[in-house]
Ligand binder design. Structure first.
Ligand SMILES: Nc1ncnc2c1ncn2[C@@H]1O[C@H](COP(=O)(O)OP(=O)(O)OP(=O)(O)O)[C@@H](O)[C@H]1O
Ligand SMILES: [Mg+2]
Length: 422
């Protein structure tokens, strides 16, 4: 019987050694630079939220400095691309607004058309605008095959007020959440595809954490923010919550706590101190979602099963027990050795102490090994069947999404008592 690493709770009561230097960082006055607002954008930002302030002041090159790799669309162009934001072309709806399938000219000067996803901000107000701006700033500078590509944006005022839209590459196989929840019509994600999702998400995060001149903490990893292309390659999407990691000499950044319940790291919820290790924790949660097919927090289940991490804990100590929590939708079509390897990675990511968690680059190596085990030992074909029905979601789909939104609690806990571990 193969033993897995110790469970993610109870790894000693060691203290976190984090000097309180981030407070000075977080109390500086916000002075939004209008150079970060794209041409055509109405209104500048006058926010006191550090996540926007620091992005504007220090994290990302301003729009004027950056190579013009993003296209600027007019609202009428995007209305035409989506048949006037037609419900029949709606791909989904999130906290930011609705996402539509659309068709644009591919921008190379030829008459060739390209299919895209158009996200329309439906919330007026500062928070929505800040997320929109952060998304443009981050996706405008990152470039990685496992991050969704932002093609361009629209920031225009019309008679109905400010119009903020984002234009992405179309990800025809929708989100991982769509599949795990059974919303997408087609087969469930095979075990091999789940491993591929884990690997690609780790690559995307590792790039954000380690491969640029500055670190980006994603802060919003979850299955609905992992999109799948036509070959089932996974890409991270939704960078509205992203922010810069601590700069040299600092251990963390202090922020208002935002995220989705069930995903955020405990020390971040308690203290507002953000490090890349918060993403690592969330990645551990994601791995258990892929293994079990269950949501991190599911109020529709019996009380003892509502919190995924509490529910899995008794089962992760050996492979015989582990089989009991593997997603039944896989109908036994998985390699338990690679499942055990992935659970081992998850347990390491879910260490209580942030510094006990591996870096994303180490996580990536470990997940690659789990994939290698799967490729070497599995005899059956676990590759993902093509999805036969994708594209716009139906009325039922939209209703389900609305229900999901109600259950998803976005927490903005700025007023939370900041308790420093003693
Ligand atoms: N580039 C894209 N290509 C194809 N479908 C997409 C794309 N972007 C988003 N979608 C679809 O739209 C849905 C809604 O996405 P959105 O990011 O607005 O919200 P969400 O991730 O579901 O929730 P939240 O707002 O809480 O992050 C996704 O689940 C996905 O099905
Ligand atoms: Mg999303």
């Amino acid at each position: 019987m193969r033993r897995l690493l110790p469970c993610f709770h109870g790894d000693g009561g060691e203290q976190e050694d984090t000097p309180n230097i981030a407070m000075a960082y977080s109390t500086s006055t916000a002075t939004a630079s209008s150079s970060t607002v794209p041409s055509g954008a109405s209104g500048s930002i006058n926010a006191s939220d550090m996540s926007v302030e620091s992005m504007q002041q220090r994290q990302y090159p301003s729009f004027v400095d950056r190579p013009a790799n993003l296209r600027v669309f007019s609202f009428s162009e995007l209305r035409a691309a989506t048949r006037n934001l037609s419900r029949s072309l709606m791909l989904g709806e999130g906290g930011f607004g609705c996402v539509y399938r659309g068709t644009i000219l591919n921008g190379s000067g030829s008459a060739q058309e390209e299919e895209v996803a158009v996200k329309h901000l439906n919330r007026n107000g500062l928070q929505g605008h800040k997320e929109w701006l952060t998304e443009v700033n981050v996706l405008g500078i990152v470039d990685h095959p496992n991050l969704v590509k932002l093609i361009g944006y629209c920031a225009q005022d019309d008679e109905r007020g400010p119009q903020r839209l984002l234009v992405y590459e179309l990800m025809p196989n929708r989100s991982v959440d769509d599949h795990l929840s059974g919303r997408a019509i087609g087969t469930t994600l095979s075990w091999r595809t789940r491993l591929k999702v884990a690997l690609h998400a780790a690559r995307g995060l590792s790039y954000l954490h380690h491969d640029m001149d500055f670190q980006i903490i994603f802060r919003d990893l979850k299955t609905s923010n992992i999109l799948l292309d036509q070959h089932w390659n996974a890409k991270l999407s939704d960078f509205g919550m992203a922010r810069e990691g601590p700069t040299e000499g600092l251990t963390h950044v202090s922020t208002a706590v935002v995220g989705t319940l069930g995903y955020a790291a405990p020390e971040y919820i308690q203290t507002g101190r953000l490090t890349a290790k918060s993403d690592v924790w969330t990645y551990g949660v994601l791995l258990y979602e892929l293994i079990t097919g269950r949501r991190p927090l599911d109020r529709n289940r019996p009380r003892s099963e509502q919190k995924l991490l509490d529910w899995v804990r008794p089962y992760i100590s050996d492979t015989t027990k582990l089989k009991l929590i593997v997603d039944p939708k896989l109908e036994g079509n998985y390699n338990i050795r690679s499942v055990a390897k992935l659970a081992t990675v998850a347990n390491r990511c879910l260490a209580r102490l942030p510094r006990a968690r591996p870096r994303m680059s180490e996580v990536l190596d470990m997940v690659q090994k789990a994939m290698d085990v799967d490729l070497a030992t599995s005899t059956s074909d676990h590759d993902q069947a093509p999805l036969h029905c994708y594209g716009a979601c139906g009325e039922e789909d939209v209703k389900q999404r609305k229900g999901k939104k109600a259950g998803l609690l976005w927490v903005l806990l700025a007023s939370l008592t900041r308790s420093r571990p003693s």
